[in-house]
Structures are given as structure tokens and as C-alpha cells.
Design a protein around this ligand. Structure first.
Ligand code: ATP
Ligand code: MG
Length: 418
């Protein structure tokens, strides 16, 4: 019986992996420009970490986590909680008042697999810790926008503010009253949410619920003075940097820890899986997790599967075809053996080199060289070997070939000249 990968878990095979590498390369380069440093985190954490940060009454904690019940540990469903755990554990706030960190890796959520939605998926997660300055919010969104532009990916930014513990309770009460009047018309999930987490009713995807909440009160009309001021400054910053956005009063995000600024970058090119990046501010979370008091933070995560799908849809692939510097074709046992040594020497000289060691025909080896995108082929036969010579063929200009001494230094010199 053949064993297959689990449902919702995917291999990223050669031919596909190049786009992932490209995405990561461009992103790392942008993160570097914005002075973010990498942190690498474990995949398993105590279940309590996610329950406490993401919130008990969220989809993730209620039904999406992979938990080893007997050990009370969970495969991380997102990166922020782990990153903050590490930030606190290593006292990173002592080293620098503001820490700018990113991490890249797999996350795990037990949801129904679809295009752009997997059970093991990958995120690039970026966080600015230790400041509640609205410029940090603006800068993060501007960085994401810059990255998407450099990737040639078309997305739009949606923005909201979720207020703070000062202003949200008052709003929550108004929303509860509004929902209570429409309770019977809501879906089962929303009926349940309306008491545990009423804000979540606002972003329910069920059409009949969406209809019901069209005229729901907006948090943006009920922000307290400081939240209002903060939100205005964030928007002024976006306008200053020329980052376009749209206010979306229904965007509440699925995690409990958010306050003030929340945002999503969405695309219309991936069907139902519209969000490619999402995040927001979480000013009370570090303290909740046992960190220092008054340590604000903001961050967002990008879904790499969705970004790769968007890159795949581009007319011209941003990734170059496979290429190597040299293919060594040995014809005959002796020649192949000598070629094997030369290949190793050339690799030590930093050339990318391939050979076939199955003793195939010259024709078949030339085909392989072509497939590998070799710039040059070195042909060595037993007769040439006796004379200490080989034939170097320039594959970029197939007419051109020359005799060459079978020494790595002679071959290297020739390759560098062309
Ligand atoms: P969605 O509404 O699509 O379920 P989410 O709000 O649960 O997204 P976040 O927790 O904010 O997502 O994660 C940030 C990003 O990670 C999302 O915008 C998306 O691009 C990506 N993402 C989330 N869940 C998955 C998944 N199961 N498979 C692939 N990508 C995902
Ligand atoms: Mg989700």
C-alpha cells in the first residue's frame, strides 16, 4: 500500500520550490532594509500559551489547534504568541527598547483544506515590540505594501481600529443590543458567538448574517480620544507615504489580542481565500503573557501559500530556469572516472557542475546537459583522455567548441572568459 502525505499537508517539490525561495529572498531583503532581525522559534509550545494569547473563544483555539492532549502541548497555529514568549523569556526588551523581529516557518491549523488553505501552511511574521507610536503601525503597512509591489502582486489594504479596553466595552454593549434584536436571523455559529465574542459576528462570511449586520454600529464611531487620535495619525502617515487603503468597519480579526489598528491585505485573485496578510496592534498582550508592564506591540503575518499562488499566476515567472555552469560527459569507463575527479575540482572552484555516472551514450548525456541548462559541456572520451585533452562545447552558442587540457585550472579559465 502506498503511503501518501496527510490531507492538508503538502510537499513543495523542485520546480515549485524556486518560487518559494524567490519569495523568501525578496522578503528578507525588504525586511533587512527596514532593519528587522530574524528570530527562529520552536514549533511546539505549551497549549496554555495559545489559549491565553489568541483567546479561548476564537476559531483557532476552539477548533483548529493540533494539540497533544496528554502532554498539554500544541503545534503553533500562528507565530506571534511564540515570538512574544521568546521575547519575554530572553529579556529582549532589556537589550533594546524597541525590538524589530521577523520569523518564517510552518504553522498548523486543523481546517478544511482548499486552494490557499492548508493544515500545515507557512507564514512570514513581522513584529515591532516596545512602541505604541502610530508611525510603527504606518511603517509596517508601508513595508508590506512595498514588498507586494516589488513582487508585482496586486492587493488592497483594509484598515480598522478595534479601540482599547477603555472604549471597546461600551461599544460591545451597543453591538450586543443590536445583535440581540436580530438573534433569530443569525447562523448557528453567530448565535453562539453573540454572547461569547460578539465582535466576531461582524466578520461572519454567511450571506444572511452579512445582511443582518449591514447597519451595525461601528467601533470607529465609538473610539475614545486617545484611540481616535492614534488612528488618525496612522492614516495621516499612510497618506504621507502614499499607501492607499480603505476603511473596513467589519474587519475584526479572529484573534482576541488585537486592539487599535488592525489591517488586512486582500486580493480578488484567489477566490474565497482573499487575505494574503493580516495583523494588528496588541498593546496588552506582552503583559498578559508575563512580560513587562506597558509594553505595546504590533505585527502581521503573510500567508506564503497564497503569495506563491499569486506569483504562479503571473504572466512571466520571476524565477529563472534551472542553470549550471558545466556538464561533464564522460564516454567510456576510464574517461568517466577522470571526469568524476574534474567535476569535484570544478565544484571546489565554485562552479556548479553535473555529470551522469551511468555510462549513457553521448547523445543521452547531451540531452541531460540541455535539460540542466548547462552553459558548457566538457566531453571526454577514452581516446582524448590518453592525450590529456577534452572537448569543451559552448552550449549558449552551439557551434563553438575547442580542445582543452583536462585540468581544472584550464577549464575554469575558459569558463570565466566566456
Ligand atoms: P482566513 O480568514 O483566511 O482564515 P485568518 O484570519 O485565519 O485567515 P491569520 O491568522 O490572520 O489568518 O493569518 C495570517 C495569514 O496567514 C492569512 O491572511 C493567510 O494569508 C494565511 N493563512 C491563515 N490560515 C491559513 C491556512 N490554513 N492556509 C494557508 N494560509 C493561511
Ligand atoms: Mg482562519
Amino acid at each position: 500500500m502506498k503511503i501518501k502525505a496527510l490531507k492538508g499537508f503538502k510537499d513543495i517539490v523542485p520546480g515549485e520550490v524556486e518560487l518559494w525561495q524567490y519569495l523568501e529572498r525578496v522578503a528578507r531583503e525588504v525586511f533587512d532594509r527596514f532593519h528587522f532581525r530574524e528570530i527562529r522559534l520552536p514549533i511546539l509550545e505549551e497549549t496554555e500559551l495559545f489559549a491565553r494569547s489568541i483567546g479561548e473563544a476564537t476559531d483557532i483555539v476552539e477548533k483548529e489547534m493540533y494539540t497533544f492532549v496528554d502532554k498539554k502541548i500544541t503545534m503553533r497555529p500562528e507565530a506571534t504568541a511564540s515570538l512574544l514568549r521568546a521575547y519575554i523569556e530572553h529579556g529582549l526588551y532589556v537589550q533594546k527598547p524597541v525590538q524589530r523581529l521577523f520569523t518564517i516557518g510552518p504553522m498548523f491549523r486543523h481546517e478544511r483544506p482548499q486552494r490557499g488553505r492548508l493544515r500545515q501552511f507557512h507564514q512570514m511574521d513581522i513584529e515591532v515590540l516596545g512602541t505604541d507610536n502610530p508611525l510603527a503601525d504606518t511603517e509596517l503597512m508601508a513595508m508590506a505594501a512595498m514588498l507586494f509591489e516589488e513582487l508585482d502582486i496586486n492587493v488592497s489594504l483594509e484598515l480598522n481600529s478595534l479601540g482599547c479596553p477603555e472604549c471597546r466595552p461600551g461599544y460591545r454593549a451597543r453591538l450586543l443590543a443590536y445583535i440581540a434584536e436580530r438573534h433569530d436571523a443569525l447562523c448557528g455559529d453567530c448565535k453562539r458567538r453573540s454572547t461569547t465574542n460578539p465582535l466576531r459576528v461582524l466578520d461572519c462570511k454567511v450571506p444572511s448574517c452579512r445582511e443582518q449586520i449591514l447597519d451595525a454600529p461601528s467601533l470607529l464611531d465609538h473610539l475614545c480620544g486617545p484611540c481616535k487620535d492614534h488612528f488618525e495619525q496612522v492614516q495621516a502617515g499612510l497618506r504621507q507615504l502614499g499607501v492607499s487603503y480603505r476603511l473596513n468597519k467589519f474587519m475584526v480579526r479572529g484573534l482576541d489580542y488585537y486592539c487599535r489598528t488592525t489591517f488586512e491585505f486582500i486580493t480578488s485573485d484567489l477566490g474565497a481565500q482573499a487575505a494574503v496578510a493580516a495583523g494588528g496592534r496588541y498593546d496588552g498582550l506582552i503583559e498578559t503573557l508575563g512580560g513587562p508592564k506597558n509594553s505595546p506591540g504590533i505585527g502581521f503575518a503573510m500567508g506564503m501559500e497564497r503569495l506563491v499562488l499569486l506569483l504562479q499566476q503571473q504572466a512571466k515567472s520571476p524565477v529563472e530556469e534551472e542553470k549550471i555552469d558545466l556538464f561533464v560527459a564522460g564516454i567510456g569507463a576510464q574517461a568517466a572516472r577522470a571526469g568524476f575527479g574534474l567535476v569535484h575540482e570544478m565544484r571546489a572552484r565554485k562552479f556548479s557542475v553535473a555529470m551522469d555516472y551511468e555510462g549513457r551514450s553521448l547523445k543521452s548525456q547531451m540531452k541531460q546537459a540541455d535539460k540542466a541548462g548547462a552553459r558548457f559541456v566538457l566531453i571526454v572520451g577514452d581516446d582524448e583522455l590518453a592525450l590529456g585533452k577534452g572537448i569543451l562545447r559552448n552550449m549558449m552558442n552551439k557551434e563553438e567548441q575547442q580542445d582543452i587540457a583536462l585540468s581544472a585550472s584550464a577549464i575554469a579559465e575558459c569558463l570565466l572568459k566566456k
